[in-house]
Design a protein around this ligand. Structure first.
Ligand SMILES: Cc1cc2nc3c(=O)[nH]c(=O)nc-3n(C[C@H](O)[C@H](O)[C@H](O)COP(=O)(O)O)c2cc1C
Length: 221
């Protein structure tokens, strides 16, 4: 948890069940780039912190009471969101969407009366970069469809809906280090897995692309 309250703060939300995942690694790359740019980092590793994505009675909205007091766990997450100037969820794309771990964080924490349901949105003015990792190859027809889908659901459906007008979805492709192509007829083909230097170069390029997305979105020098 970030305790430095002097500069802008970035909440980097890592949504993966393995600490040694590529997703967690990219989360670290993003955090390092933001730190270098002067941001105080609050790295929220949902799995490591034991976040339970299942909705609970305590955290379900009460449509008659937008001031409902949610569970202490959820209120602590709300404070972390409020403290952030920039929010960057880093996640593997699962079924053209976010994994259940991240979806549950949105469901439970981005709740009625906090993230939406007020004439003056509390989250207005924050910026949000959704950074997904996908097995799909870049340039694939399917990849464009997937990006469109993510953009509608995440940028429009969540960020914009909650008053965060400056938001973007970026996808890192080929996250499995082996080409996966779905052609126009829906046929799936898998190429040979990368190894050795080619593999190292592939992942180094992915690090650079992740940092470049952060730089472009936040207009960092
Ligand atoms: C349950 C599941 C669903 C997936 N769905 C998609 C998908 O819809 N599109 C896609 O491009 N990749 C999909 N993938 C591939 C993941 O995005 C990819 O394995 C992941 O980003 C690799 O990062 P990691 O090593 O950190 O898990 C899926 C993987 C899993 C396990």
């Amino acid at each position: 948890m970030n305790t430095d309250l002097t500069g802008p703060t970035a909440l980097v939300v890592v949504a993966h069940h393995r600490a040694d995942s590529l997703t967690a690694h990219i989360g670290d790359v993003v955090a390092a780039r933001l730190k270098e740019a002067g941001y105080a980092i609050d790295l929220l590793d949902l799995h490591a912190e034991g976040f339970d994505p299942r909705m609970t009675v305590a955290d379900q909205p009460d449509w008659d009471d937008r001031d409902k007091v949610y569970s202490p766990e959820v209120r602590a997450h709300m404070e972390r969101i409020l403290a952030a100037d920039v929010i960057v969820p880093v996640f593997p794309v699962y079924w053209n969407s976010v994994p259940a771990l991240l979806k549950g964080w949105i469901d439970r924490v981005w709740n009625y009366g906090f993230a939406y349901g007020r004439s003056k949105p509390r989250l207005a003015g924050k910026r949000m970069l959704w950074l997904g990792l996908a097995g799909a190859a870049e340039g694939d027809e399917y990849a464009a469809w997937m990006h469109d889908n993510l953009d509608r659901v995440l940028r429009e459906g969540i960020s914009f809906y909650t008053g965060i007008t400056e938001s973007e979805v970026a996808v890192l492709h080929d996250a499995e280090g082996e080409p996966q192509i779905v052609d126009a007829d829906g046929n799936f083909t898998k190429g040979e897995a990368l190894s050795g230097e080619a593999r190292a170069a592939h992942y180094a390029a992915m690090d650079r692309t992740a940092a470049a997305h952060v730089e472009r979105f936040l207009k960092l020098a």
